[in-house]
Write a protein that binds this ligand. Structure first.
Ligand SMILES: Cc1cc2nc3c(=O)[nH]c(=O)nc-3n(C[C@H](O)[C@H](O)[C@H](O)COP(=O)(O)OP(=O)(O)OC[C@H]3O[C@@H](n4cnc5c(N)ncnc54)[C@H](O)[C@@H]3O)c2cc1C
Length: 454
């Protein structure tokens, strides 16, 4: 890993590294299939050679989900839209498509995903597999919008699942951690495209905690970022609107708006924030002072634009992250405890804590399975120690019934996780049926789901 930037993706020497630079692998073989048939063949070949198979999406998970020294499959050549029905909003895509490519294609057809996370680099299969989510009490995870899948299972057979065929597999496999097989196609239930009115303001954290419940009930998509060692938080409220973005009066105003966006998103949130983090890594004692500059500098804003442009932004500053889903009723109390914890740590924290909310779904391994959820995410700049902080946060989350994000760092295992999910056994049954010999396992899955004897 370089001091300035972690390498990520596939390297010339055949190694693979995730976005954050904290996971890497040297697989015996990298496969790049172009269609489902080639996936079937590679799974069969791996079976004959007694090799395990993992799939990588965009490598944006922080955990070792993708890591293998056997066969690593990338679906970067399977990124097409297979079919798009404007009237019903049903859109079938190859599973390697990246969200940043899919979103504008949907928009051009008058459609959109109902909700999104805060970046769009993920592949669709990677996003659903770890229960990726955005924010909004009336909305659900990305996986909850999946109405059909095609999966190549452990013996190389293909299962199609939707509301008519194998609905019980669809029910489980929407959040599958890559443990049930290789997803080749995903059918999404999209909605008519919509704009969001975004309002961003700096507020006092204690005032915000007192009113947060009102915000999440009254605004479609609410989240906040609290800056450790300060009393400042950036509150973001996005409301669905039929209003169009106001047109710039003239060329000068258009340029001014573009500059403001560039200044906020690139210069302040990426360049200046990144520089402060490098400085904080060398001189941690400066962090509390520097933090007080971060939130006010992002400033307050109000604008209207296409939904996906509001939901997702560029995240260029690399970090390590842990995120926990706690029942809504416990969320604010859990957050307060994390705030107290930060004052006791040896190392000051230079990254904001992000808080979001989500409505329940019925997917067995969704982090919002069967409960309204508040998500609390903690981060540190890449290359800085996180164990004391993240372990401390995890023990708070355990107290409040928290479930870790499958793609973000945590220290749980199958034994500690099974009681957190009411339909854990249903997932395990499906796993035993679709991958009885553990073709798709690796060390991380052995840890979080339990080992399969092959
Ligand atoms: C900067 C950043 C911001 C993030 N923001 C959010 C956020 O707002 N909300 C949120 O919930 N998460 C967020 N995440 C986490 C991220 O959404 C998840 O980790 C997601 O799984 C990454 O998608 P990916 O395509 O990179 O998948 P990968 O990390 O490559 O893979 C994830 C899992 O999916 C499996 N997989 C991939 N493709 C297939 C396939 N075709 N068939 C079967 N299994 C497959 C992999 O084997 C692995 O188990 C963020 C991560 C980063 C780095």
């Amino acid at each position: 890993m370089s001091f300035l930037w972690p390498n990520s993706g596939f390297q010339n020497d055949g190694t693979w590294t995730n976005w954050a630079g904290n996971q890497s692998a040297k697989p015996v073989r990298i496969e790049r299939p172009r269609n489902e048939n080639e996936i079937v063949n590679l799974v069969k070949a791996a079976t004959e050679q007694n090799r395990r198979v993992r799939v990588v999406g965009a490598g944006h998970s922080f955990t070792g989900l993708v890591v293998t020294d056997d066969v690593l499959v990338t679906l970067d050549d399977m990124t097409s839209v297979v079919s798009l029905e404007r009237d019903s909003g049903r859109v079938k895509v190859e599973s390697g498509i990246r969200l940043f490519n899919l979103n504008p294609l949907l928009d051009a057809a008058g459609l959109a995903m109902p909700n999104l996370g805060d970046i769009a680099y993920q592949s669709i299969a990677g996003a659903i597999s770890t229960s990726t989510h955005g924010t909004g009490l009336k909305f659900q995870s990305i996986a909850a919008g999946v109405i059909g899948l095609r999966i190549v299972t452990g013996d190389g057979s293909v299962i199609e699942c939707n509301e008519d065929k194998n609905p019980e597999i669809l029910h489980v496999a929407r959040v599958g951690l890559g443990a049930l097989g290789i997803v080749t196609e995903v059918t999404l239930q999209c909605v008519p495209s919509f704009n969001l009115h975004a309002v961003e303001e700096v507020v006092n954290i204690d005032d915000l905690l007192a009113t947060f419940d009102d915000h999440i009930q009254n605004t479609d998509h609410t989240e906040f970022f609290w800056m450790p060692h300060t009393t400042n938080a950036l509150l973001k409220r996005n409301t669905r609107t039929s209003e169009a973005p106001p047109k710039p009066k003239d060329f000068k105003q258009a340029i001014k708006r573009k500059w403001k966006k560039f200044k906020n998103e690139e210069l302040l949130q990426n360049v200046a924030f990144g520089a402060m983090n490098y400085l904080g890594r060398i001189q941690p004692a400066l962090i509390p002072k520097m933090n007080s500059f971060v939130v006010p500098d992002v400033g307050s804003a109000s604008y209207i634009t296409t939904s996906y442009e509001v939901f997702a932004s560029e995240r260029r500053v690399r970090f390590y992250e842990m995120e926990y889903a706690v029942p809504r009723k416990n969320g604010i109390e859990a957050f307060r405890k994390v705030r107290e914890l930060i004052d006791t740590l040896d190392h000051p924290i230079s990254f904001p804590i992000e808080v979001r909310v989500l409505g329940p779904d019925d997917i067995p391994l969704s982090t919002a399975s069967e409960q309204e959820t508040i998500y609390i995410a903690v981060h540190v700049f890449f290359g800085t120690p996180y164990e004391e902080y993240f372990r401390g946060v995890e023990s708070i989350m355990d107290e409040f019934g928290g479930r870790p994000h499958w793609g973000k760092l945590h220290f749980q295992n199958a034994e500690t996780l099974r009681n957190k999910y009411p339909n854990w056994d249903k997932f395990q049954e499906t796993r035993a049926n679709l991958d009885p010999h553990g073709r798709f396992t690796n060390n991380e899955l052995d840890r979080v789901l339990g080992a399969i004897e092959s």
